[in-house]
Design a protein around this ligand. Structure first.
Ligand code: CO8
Length: 302
């Protein structure tokens, strides 16, 4: 495998849509930059400025290890985490899209070359699991835009996101047993919760590839779209979410995530607590007043 030098493995961009808005975005022209801009203090360079407008509040984070099908090595994971946490702390960033460079892979797993010499002790001491847990704690909504392979750790990363937008010809899978191990970044837990025990057992014990159409039919994927439109559709979805009141969105994400962890009675109690807390926000007053006054709401995030 050709090992890249010190080149960044993760890119953060402040994307733009075509001037026609969502409809134009859905034609696949949106994944370009709209001019030099900063988001979370990260400078995005323009590659195409004409007829584009920024997507308010949306960051596009791209894993860029094309030569290894975007396999996630330690440096990639560190850079990804750094970018996501930085954007998560930025109140102007209200939704993020994660994708992989090119059409062949979202990410073909954790880096097998790097893992091949690990021992139980070295992998436990590597901090790798903590990095995965920190990604799961990102409060800003995360959308995975999946083209090509999302295997092993790549599939686990997509499942750690709040939603998956996938190409109709994308391929998911947890093939770790074929390497003599098993999913280790949440795959056994999240696949079961997404698709149920029967499918999780079959997929993990055989390691077979799961076509996106089947993944969508079993509830893993939110939107299935043509490959050329994946990033544009994910950005359009992100734009819709970013235009919502952020405190309500974050509270809803947290409550939905808790549903997977808590007994129903505790989940309902947590939901009620979060619902009540939103009545202390300016956005609740504004949202309901705007409805009654038949005008768009002006969200403050307070
Ligand atoms: N790691 C490292 N390199 C990879 C990986 C990977 N996961 N996947 C692909 N590559 C490299 C290949 O080695 C190859 O490099 P080179 O050109 O230098 O030989 C290049 O990418 C292109 O790959 P292929 O030639 O194999 O491309 P194909 O189109 O023939 O095949 C596949 C594509 C089917 C995706 C194939 O590459 C493949 O099977 N990849 C491995 C998939 C896999 O098994 N993933 C699971 C890995 S284990 C894991 O993810 C555990 C996560 C738990 C982490 C917990 C940490 C704390």
């Amino acid at each position: 495998m050709t090992e890249e030098s010190g080149r960044p493995r993760v890119r953060v961009e402040f994307p733009a849509m075509t001037a026609g808005g969502k409809a134009a975005a859905a034609t696949g022209k949106a994944a370009a930059l709209g001019g030099e801009a900063t988001l979370g203090g990260i400078v995005a360079r323009a590659t195409e400025a004409a007829a584009l407008r920024p997507v308010d509040g949306v960051a596009l984070v791209t894993i860029d290890r094309r030569e290894a099908l975007n396999a996630i090595d330690r440096a990639t994971m560190e850079q990804l985490l750094e970018a996501l946490e930085r954007l998560d702390d930025d109140p102007t960033c209200r939704c993020m899209v994660i994708t992989g460079v090119g059409d062949r892979a979202f990410a073909a797993g954790a880096d097998i070359l790097e893992m091949s010499e690990q021992t139980a002790a070295s992998i436990a001491a590597s901090g790798g699991f903590e990095r995965w847990d920190r990604i799961a704690r990102i409060a800003t909504p995360l959308i995975a835009a999946v083209k090509g392979y999302a295997l092993g750790g790549g599939c686990e990363l997509a499942m750690t996101c709040d939603m998956i937008v996938a190409a109709a010809d994308a391929v998911f899978g947890l093939p770790e047993v074929r390497l003599g191990v098993m999913p280790g970044a949440g795959g056994t837990q999240r696949l079961l919760r997404a698709m149920g025990k029967a499918k999780a057992m079959e997929l993990i014990l055989t390691g077979r590839n799961l076509p996106a159409v089947e993944a969508e039919a079993h509830g893993l994927v939110s939107l299935l779209v043509p490959r050329a439109e994946v990033v544009a559709c994910a950005l359009a979805l992100a734009e819709t979410i970013a235009a919502m009141p952020p405190l309500a969105v974050r509270a809803a994400v947290q409550a939905i995530d808790q549903a997977a962890e808590l007994p129903l009675s505790e989940g309902l109690a947590a939901e009620r607590k979060a619902f009540n807390a939103l009545f202390e926000t300016e956005d609740q007053k504004e949202g309901m007043r705007a409805f009654l006054e038949k005008r768009p709401a002006d969200w403050k995030g307070r």
